[in-house]
Design a protein around this ligand. Sequence first.
Ligand SMILES: NC(=O)c1ccc[n+]([C@@H]2O[C@H](COP(=O)([O-])OP(=O)(O)OC[C@H]3O[C@@H](n4cnc5c(N)ncnc54)[C@H](O)[C@@H]3O)[C@@H](O)[C@H]2O)c1
Length: 437
Amino acid sequence: MREFWIKDPSYANEGRKKLEWAEGQMKVLMKIRERFQKDKPLKNQKISACLHITKETGVLLKTLMEGGAQVSLCPSNPLSTQDDVAAALVEEGIKVYGFRGLTAKEYYECIGYALLHKPTITMDDGADLVSTLHKLAYGIRGVDTEYVKGILGNFDERLINGIIGGTEETTTGVIRLKALERKGMLKYPVIAVNDAKSKNLFDNPIGTGQSAIDGILRATNVLFAGKDVVIVGFGQVGSGIAERARGLGAKVTIVEVDPIKALKAVMYGFNVDTLSRAAEYGDIFITATGNINVIRGEHFEKMKDGAILANAGHMDVEISKRDLEILAKEKVEVSKLMTLFRMRDGRKIYLLGDGRLVNLVCAEGHPSEVMDLSFSLQALCVEFIAKNKDKLEKKVLIVPEDIDREVARLKLDTMNITIEELTEEQKRYLNEWQVGT
Ligand SMILES: NC(=O)c1ccc[n+]([C@@H]2O[C@H](COP(=O)([O-])OP(=O)(O)OC[C@H]3O[C@@H](n4cnc5c(N)ncnc54)[C@H](O)[C@@H]3O)[C@@H](O)[C@H]2O)c1
């Protein structure tokens, strides 16, 4: 078996420096690491993680190793790997399979290599590993499963039966897992880390809010002030990006399908419109819906010369690349981060990061301090799975409330912030039903 498959092991020195920087920012996770070093709660566990290969993921996986686990890693996106970090993690003893710029075949081969390590616990960001594994278990054939089988060989049931649980990092992954659960096909419990409050109140709006704009700036250096920025999807991610774009002086328009979210956007002072109309005046379009073909041919036809398109949703299906290819007479790679589509009438439309997660492809993903919360939850959830392996139902599970609150409490501690405590009288009052007006 390959020990690793990365761009270049000689990049390790650069990667090590980045890991050290991130460790300095991820204080909660480092506290958890200290405890894991002593208690070894993950002894005998083998973890296969399908996560963006970034310095923050590196800090998480080093923590899991300190807890006693053996760890293999493949990326959750073909373009998000930081090759220097991958090299440093190989030096740390993690079996890393992935580099920036994977083809679809190579992407699934990386999943195959990670699975060759016969995990007892899986970690996903978008559910590609879990869904591939389930397709193999149910004999559902596809190009992806054929690529994985090319590495794994014939599927052995013992692979999936040996898994005690998994975790899922993002909204799109949770949606896919719930679909699997609804069909009665989920073969092991998976904790929806995305749905924890200390994840989705911070990572999705605040992390993506900053890092998606960072990605757009690194790719274009465009001025936001005075621009018409159209955000499609006003959920956790879209609402965060909208606030940050407004903070930079942009005129922000929201496109939504959910009347409650649309009304919320109105009440927060944003312009709300249909995409068909906004297509005519938008300068920058950012998708954050988790949905397919949200911006498509009929919208490209109406866009201004110089319109910029970026996606912050998990998959590269939100902006129809197929329609862009059909409508354009020429496609030019302006830089590694930006492609120009020249329309037949001469208008130019720019697509950033190949329509993939703009914050990870064009920048470095979320700031480490935000990932400190999400990945501390991940570490504690993995520990929870190891401790409770015989008690968990084969369902999509919520993060235990005490873990969620503990992560927030530890984060406040590391920020030297003390919060108010309820008095005994207040506790009693909040449990009363007899006291009225
Ligand atoms: N870039 C990142 O680092 C990052 C971080 C977290 C989540 N994500 C991904 O971002 C996506 C959104 O996540 P979220 O947590 O905001 O989900 P969410 O469910 O909170 O929000 C999605 C919103 O999009 C709206 N929507 C759906 N289809 C639409 C359409 N056709 N037009 C307009 N609006 C539409 C929904 O009504 C909803 O309000 C997911 O794919 C998630 O996995 C990315």
